[in-house]
Design a protein around this ligand. Structure first.
Ligand code: FAD
Length: 390
């Protein structure tokens, strides 16, 4: 019987031959190089830097961007690869999403031609690592109107002051996209801050119970000086920040699918070999009920994300489309991983059985890139015409 969680053949039927080959190549890399090491790194809350050159060789970073050394492939392909990564490890998929989506995407969507040429080719090859700093210690969901980090123009420079929290890759990033409110016109602007800029400091966040491989940092900007040439030249208000988030939110929905799929496949495999009362537990009706519920959710998520990426590829994606997918998938994923853990009994909470990590990591997916409530309010506003944010 098939163990793979692609029940409606979305991968093998819908992709062009070359894209399917790329999917399988990325999967083979993840199975061989990432799967064997992730539990140990997750346990130690450290990042496996040795995989970065191998990830670079796959040539999948900045997958959808046109030019600047990027492959220019479809959003569907990018979504499927985000799923493949999260299927093995959601932290690695998050590291990749921050680099390829949030950091490179900010430059691709909001940078000048010079800025794109300066940074994107190097980031595509992972020679420069990026981070994305929007959230603050006191401002998470309310980032649109509430950023307290400020920027002030002084001659050819800008001076930034404030703090950022939860910033993925921040402890080792070479450049960090920092979003700050202009003291002069009150609009949000974006900056490419280099790690050695005067006034920049970062501290690793410790003791996380999810995505432990992702190195999240607290950034402190104390009269941090940034040259005008390093201000994102086409980021003029939070609407521009939101363009980046709309694009990456679709990727997070796919990531949720991968997290659920990894847990489902590992649990299904386990139930077929684990015996109780002299029989494989997969032969019991109640266990099959759990497995089928998991597969239903997984298949619904996959088909939803598939259509989401088609909309994106057709240029029809709206905020509410991405938000609906993010809400649905992060909610269903929580359900799938908890059932996967349940059918494994005690072993479901041991890292070595490759489900416990997914259970924990689903909690981070649930909250980042807009919580369930915030994405619900985005959809609610779109379908009713009333904003319920404040
Ligand atoms: P809060 O905004 O304080 O929300 C707390 C609760 O209140 C939530 O349930 C929320 O839904 C609810 N709530 C808030 N407002 C409303 C409302 N109007 N109506 C109803 N309910 C409401 N940020 C970055 O900038 N860069 C990163 O790289 C990054 N990486 C992250 C990685 C991880 C592992 C995590 C956990 C977070 C990361 N974040 C990052 C931050 C993330 O985007 C925020 O955690 C998220 O936006 C929620 O903000 P908050 O945690 O401050 O929660």
């Amino acid at each position: 019987p098939p163990i793979e969680g692609d029940f409606y053949h979305l991968g093998d039927e819908a992709l062009k031959d070359e894209d399917r080959a790329l999917q399988l190549k990325v999967r083979a890399f993840l199975e061989a190089e990432v799967k064997p090491i992730v539990n140990e790194y997750w346990n130690r809350a450290e990042f496996p830097f040795e995989i970065i050159p191998k990830l670079a060789e796959l040539n999948i970073c900045g997958l959808t961007y046109k030019g600047y050394g990027c492959p220019g492939k479809s959003n569907l392909m990018e979504g499927i690869l985000a799923m493949e990564m999260a299927r093995i490890d959601t932290s690695i998929s998050t590291f990749f999403g921050v680099q390829s989506g949030l950091a490179m995407g900010s430059i691709y969507l909001c940078g000048s031609e010079e800025q794109k040429q300066q940074w994107l080719p190097q980031m595509q090859k992972f020679k420069v690592i990026g981070a994305f700093g929007l959230t603050e210690p006191e401002v998470g969901s309310a980032a649109a109107g509430g950023l307290t980090t400020t920027c002030k123009r002084v001659g050819d420079k800008w001076v930034l002051n404030g703090q950022k929290k939860w910033i993925g890759n921040a402890t080792f990033a070479d450049i960090l996209i920092i979003w700050a409110r202009d003291e002069a016109d009150n609009e949000v602007k974006g900056f490419i801050v280099k790690k050695d800029n005067p006034g920049f400091a970062v501290e690793k966040m410790k003791d996380k119970m999810a995505l432990r491989i992702v190195q999240n940092g607290i950034i402190t900007l104390t009269n941090c000086e940034v040259e005008e040439v390093d201000r994102l030249q086409n980021a003029n208000s939070f609407k521009d920040t939101a363009k980046v988030l709309q694009m990456t939110r679709a990727g997070v929905a796919w990531q949720a699918v991968g997290c659920a799929r990894g847990a489902y496949e590992n649990a299904l495999d386990y139930t077929r070999t684990r015996k109780q009362f002299g029989k494989p537990i997969a032969s019991f009706q109640l266990i099959q009920n759990h497995l089928v519920e998991m597969l239903s959710n997984l298949t619904a998520m996959q088909t939803l994300c598939f259509r989401l990426s088609q909309l994106q590829d057709q240029g029809l994606l709206k905020d509410e489309h991405a938000s609906l997918a993010k809400v649905f998938c992060s909610l269903r994923t929580r359900d799938v991983v908890s059932k996967a853990r349940e059918v494994m009994g005690g072993n479901g909470i041991l890292l070595e059985y490759n489900v416990a990590r997914f259970v924990a990591d689903a909690e981070a997916i649930y909250s980042y890139e807009g919580t369930k409530e915030i994405n619900t309010l985005i959809v609610g506003r779109a379908i009713t015409g009333f904003s319920a944010f404040v």
